[in-house]
Design a protein around this ligand. Structure first.
Ligand code: C5P
Length: 222
């Protein structure tokens, strides 16, 4: 069974998709972490982002693993090295779109992402999962929330990790990221026509997980 969760930054996708996967006993796949890890590699290797052939070559020889730990945390391994902390910095976050907008790189990512669905029940979150990666998914959700709430959640997340950011800058960066994610030509952030829209603005994490679970149970009963 394949469940997709798409939506903009800060809508609560990661927390909710992770909890949902845990509840269902499915594998949780964070595709943003894949784009982030590959961007880190390209930056470390000082590849010019305009050199698409070089980037694609690099992507094909890159190994990214999402390892589920016993405490349910996910470790992101880039060529075997744990980069979980390094891929969440504001600098890296602001660089990802340069890589994520390149159609040839998205093709490589989509292949990786589809391979997870071949032999696993999965909850996969991202931007184009219900539209491009798994258009035939069993259940699709599109999670959204008011931009101010999303920025506040992201601010608190970063603060918890000891990363200090200015709230106003964060809000502007999020707006810019949403715009870029929605307006790129390849794999833009978009609600699939058959996805269920959930606005998490006034809802707790548990309420969103329960809402999604009830849709899945209804579907199973059919
Ligand atoms: O989900 P997260 O915020 O970690 O994603 C980081 C960036 O990776 C997004 O802003 C987007 O540009 C890119 N991304 C994407 N397609 C996905 C997942 C993430 O383009 N399926």
């Amino acid at each position: 069974m394949i469940i997709t969760v798409d939506g903009p930054a800060g809508a609560g996708k990661s927390t909710i998709a992770k909890k949902l996967a845990q509840k269902l006993g499915f594998l949780y796949v964070d595709t943003g972490a894949m784009y982030r890890a590959f961007t880190l590699k390209a930056l470390n290797d000082k590849v010019n982002f305009a050199d698409i052939d070089r980037l694609v070559f690099l992507a094909r020889e890159t190994n990214i693993q999402l390892k589920q730990m016993e405490n349910n945390e996910i470790k992101v391994l880039l060529d075997g090295e744990d980069v979980s902390g390094l891929i969440r910095t504001p600098e890296l976050t602001n660089a990802v779109f340069k890589v994520a907008q390149i159609p040839q790189i998205r093709e490589v990512m989509v292949q990786w992402q589809r391979s997870y669905g071949e032999s696993n029940n999965i909850v996969m979150e991202g931007r184009d999962i219900g539209t491009v990666v798994f258009p035939q998914a069993d259940e699709k959700f599109y999670l959204d929330a008011d931009i101010n709430i999303r920025a506040e959640r992201r601010y608190n997340e970063l603060k918890e990790k000891g990363i200090d950011v200015d709230m106003h800058d964060l809000l502007e960066q999020m707006k810019a990221r949403d715009y870029k994610d929605k307006n790129r030509s390849s794999g833009p952030l978009k609600k699939a026509d058959d996805a269920i829209l959930i606005d998490s603005t006034g809802l707790s994490i548990e309420e969103v997980v329960d809402t999604i679970s009830s849709y899945i149970n209804d579907e199973k009963r059919k």
